[in-house]
Design a protein around this ligand. Structure first.
Ligand code: HEM
Ligand code: FES
Length: 783
């Protein structure tokens, strides 16, 4: 798109549907918020997800006339865009977002500037073979080789200022160390670091910024110099191709695969690779240190317990990552988040906004270093172009934080205003002033601490690895065989807010068992979580452990909260159905419905009244809206009668035994699809039993890889083993997060997520539990 096109809407306004029904100042249906959107404004620079909060909440996909881009702000939409790199081409990822004038273009041409396709902006079918050919230097084994170098650099830089009591961490360390690491990784000699530093900022402004006309020429000279310098370094490398480095690896691969690793690629990557590896990581670390020091409780927690650092890194990347937005080009007419978008449109996908989407992250604005799904963030992109250097970046960030927390735990932020280089995508403060009292430096009294080393975790800190320590506040019997347990953060820290339908995962001591329990107290009550636990007759150990072991004052490990059972607050009527202990999420939903003024009714059944938890409080709060069915009293819920007439706009939420859920499904068949939403609190899926399973083959069509899934392995594990990031949460077929696209194959669906018709068409499967039906049935996935 050229500059003049960016000023007008290229869309047929009659096609536009606005949830808000607003029109903009010119009568054009571009809403006021969309018309005012300016990613170069201070608001966006200071806090991109906050700046587009209005969009995330009201108009998640909008056209920005100022930018000439469609702007996408929600997690699910952005992830779907990343997943489909054919419909949404990455080719514009490195294109200048603000077209420059003729003079600057002439300057660039005079340097022979020809930055072309690398990886990040390469389309298929060229991209995948190149990515595969160049992947090896990013494997965990190869990355370990760089760990001592990163540690030594971090150590040396801190040595330089540790006795000063004050430092600008960006200027004095965080800019240079990732640059040196990037150069080592790429195989570049260290000599020209200072020049490079200026060049790489210029490249950011040139690509993602809006330089003023008078700045454009200076920027163009710097970019031109950067380009020529990159060419010279590449020539030096070609003379010594056996040396260490990713570029030399590429040069060697070029001999084997000249059509895949081209000359144009190597020159462009030499320049783009430095920016990819350097600025992203420098900014991410500066953002992380700033964020942690702004949350002293979190900072103190990682100082006390360095094993929290990998989780903290992930949460920092989610909450305030160094890439705020990325770009794609629509190659055909397509619908995103309900909004038709014409072929040829440019999309700004605001990943930092996705990372604050309440639909995916519980209490998304809350900074929670113990968030168990923080690594679902989209700061590294997702899908076939997902950042190849993500584990190098994670390793660097862990080492920097480890060094700071060990040697400068008393560091605090100095008074300052933060400034950012105005651009749409790369984000980090230009300066980060911190101060401390050098007399208190712990190594002055304890030099031995310099020898300590926290083992670095290479790779994603995945689900299940991050849990929070909680203290049992009270345990009280509230019905026969039902205990109410109140939990508070072990160190008194704040807890994330939760919404009705949320659950936590309680680890049962060292039994290796963990169980999910819905939260049932008052979401407004900050600082504690409440669950009700029934002693199950056929318990696999979880509820029996809770009943026999939990005592006030004990410490337990908890994951979450997560919510897979979200209440639709726009529903016109709510039919809330609970069986037995399934009342826990339903009670929270009923309280919320009452608070919001949504008409609702509760149907609560159990065999015996004395085993019905929360009965009194429900009666007091909901009066006649509560219908109780105690089997021993001869009262049984008749779901057929209850659901005989379809009530438009009504939603049914149910939690209870499988028998009850089956009955409801049967009784609601004539209701619109999706009217019934259920929470399973048990699954028949236990640990995989290899003696009853068989291995099978999986072809990943887009990656060109074939994998064997062993009988003692899930498909999810096999995919992760092949460096393919797939999300997961419950790992029991309950939540839907590990879904993968199926192109062919006979799948044995074992999850509780897919509907019958979805299983029949079989275009997706849950990789944590579902498998090939027979040994010889190969599955082909769209990955
Ligand atoms: C791609 C972010 C560090 C190398 C990307 C993408 C993003 C990103 C958003 C595009 C993803 C997509 O289109 O789906 C980051 C962040 C980093 C970081 C936030 C630091 C915190 C690094 C490092 C390296 C690196 C250290 C190299 C050593 C690459 C490469 C690609 C890429 C080669 C292109 C992959 C492809 O298109 O197949 N990165 N990156 N990145 N990144 Fe990073
Ligand atoms: Fe929850 Fe697979 S991880 S369904």
């Amino acid at each position: 798109m050229n500059a003049s096109a960016a000023k007008t809407c290229p869309i047929d306004h009659s096609q536009l549907t606005r949830p808000s029904g607003q029109t903009g100042p010119t009568g054009c249906p571009v809403s006021h918020g969309a018309a005012a959107f300016d990613p170069f404004s201070d608001g966006y620079q200071q806090d991109p997800p906050e700046y587009v909060r209005w969009a995330r909440e009201q108009e998640p996909v909008f056209y920005s006339p100022q930018l000439g881009y469609w702007v996408v702000t929600r997690f699910d939409d952005i992830k779907a865009i990343f997943r489909d790199n054919i419909t949404f081409s990455p080719s514009i990822a490195l294109e200048k977002i603000t077209p420059t004038g003729e003079e600057a273009n002439a300057v660039l041409a005079s340097y022979g500037f020809a930055l072309n396709r690398t990886l990040v902006n390469e389309d298929e079918p060229a991209h995948m073979p190149r990515r595969r050919a160049l992947m090896e230097p990013f494997t965990p084994e190869a990355l370990r080789h760089h760990e001592p170098m990163v540690r030594q650099l971090a150590r040396e830089y801190v040595d330089r200022f540790i006795d000063d009591g004050r430092a600008d961490l960006v200027d004095q360390m965080l800019w240079e160390v990732p640059l040196t690491v990037a150069m080592h990784f790429l195989g570049v000699p260290e000599d020209d670091m200072d020049t490079l530093r200026q060049y790489s900022i210029a490249h950011t402004v040139n690509t993602w910024g809006r330089p003023k006309p008078e700045e454009q020429v200076a920027v163009a000279h710097a970019v031109g110099n950067f380009w020529q310098y990159a060419g010279k370094v590449l020539d030096k490398m070609r003379a010594n191709p056996e040396a260490d480095g990713w570029m030399q690896y590429g040069i060697r691969k070029q001999k084997e695969l000249p059509e895949v690793v081209t000359d144009s690629y190597l020159h462009s990557m030499m320049m783009a690779g430095i920016v990819a590896a350097h600025e992203t990581t420098a900014n991410a670390t500066a953002n992380a240190v700033k964020l942690l020091l702004q949350h002293p409780e979190a900072w103190q927690a990682i100082c006390r317990d360095p094993s929290l650092i990998p989780g903290a890194v992930e949460e920092c990347l989610r909450h305030n990552g160094s890439v705020a937005a990325w770009r794609r080009l629509a190659t055909k007419d397509v619908v995103v988040g309900g909004q038709p978008i014409p072929a040829g449109s440019r999309l700004l996908i605001v990943t930092s906004s996705a990372n604050h989407d309440e639909g995916h992250f519980v209490d998304a604005d809350f900074f929670d270093i113990e968030r168990d799904n923080a690594s679902d963030h989209l700061t590294f992109g997702y899908g076939s172009h997902q950042c190849m250097g993500k584990n190098l970046a994670r390793m660097e960030m862990q080492i920097f934080l480890e060094e700071f927390t060990r040697r400068l735990p008393h560091m605090r932020l100095a008074e300052q205003e933060f400034s950012y280089v105005p651009n749409t995508s790369f984000r980090g403060p230009e300066h980060l002033w911190v101060e401390w009292d050098p007399a208190q430096n712990p190594e002055r009294t304890n030099p031995a601490l310099l020898q300590l080393r926290q083992p670095v975790r290479i790779g994603e800190s995945s689900h299940g690895q991050t849990s929070r320590s909680m203290r049992v506040d009270s345990v009280e019997a509230i019905a026969e065989d039902v205990l109410r347990v109140r939990l508070a953060a072990a160190d008194g820290r704040q807890l994330p807010r939760w919404t009705p339908g949320s659950h936590i995962d309680l680890q049962c001591g060292d039994t290796g068992i963990s169980r999910q329990y819905s939260l049932c107290g008052d979401p407004q009550q900050a600082g504690t979580y409440e669950i009700a636990v029934l002693r199950e007759e056929h318990s696999r150990g979880g509820s029996a452990w809770v009943h026999s072991h939990l005592q006030p004052g004990m410490q337990v490990q908890v994951r979450g909260p997560r919510n897979h059972f979200v209440l639709d607050e726009g529903a016109r009527h709510l039919i809330l159905v609970a069986g037995g202990i399934g009342i826990t999420p339903i009670a929270a939903m009923a309280a919320r419905a009452k608070a919001l003024g949504i008409p609702y009714e509760i149907h609560y059944s159990a065999r015996q009244r004395k085993r019905m938890a929360l009965l009194e409080s429900l009666q007091a709060l909901h009066g006649e809206r509560l219908h109780v069915y105690a089997g021993e009293e001869g009262r049984r819920a008749d779901y057929g009668a209850l659901l005989a007439a379809v009530r438009p706009g009504a939603q049914i939420y149910a939690c209870g035994p499988q028998r009850m859920l089956d009955g409801l499904e049967q009784a609601s068949r004539h209701w619109p699809e999706d009217s019934l939403r259920v929470e399973h609190f048990s699954t028949t899926l236990g640990a995989l039993d290899p003696s009853k399973e068989h291995g099978f083959e999986v072809e990943l069509r887009e990656s060109g890889i074939t994998l064997q899934v062993r009988s003692d392995q899930t498909l999810l594990d096999a995919l992760r083993g092949a460096n393919i990031d797939i999300e997961s949460d419950c790992r029991e077929g309950l939540c839907g997060s590990c879904e993968v696209p199926v192109l062919a194959g006979d799948v044995d669906h074992r999850d509780m997520v897919l509907t019958r018709s979805e299983r029949a068409v079989c275009t997706k499967m849950m990789s944590c539990c579902s498998r090939a039906r027979t040994k010889d049935a190969k599955i082909v996935l769209g990955l």
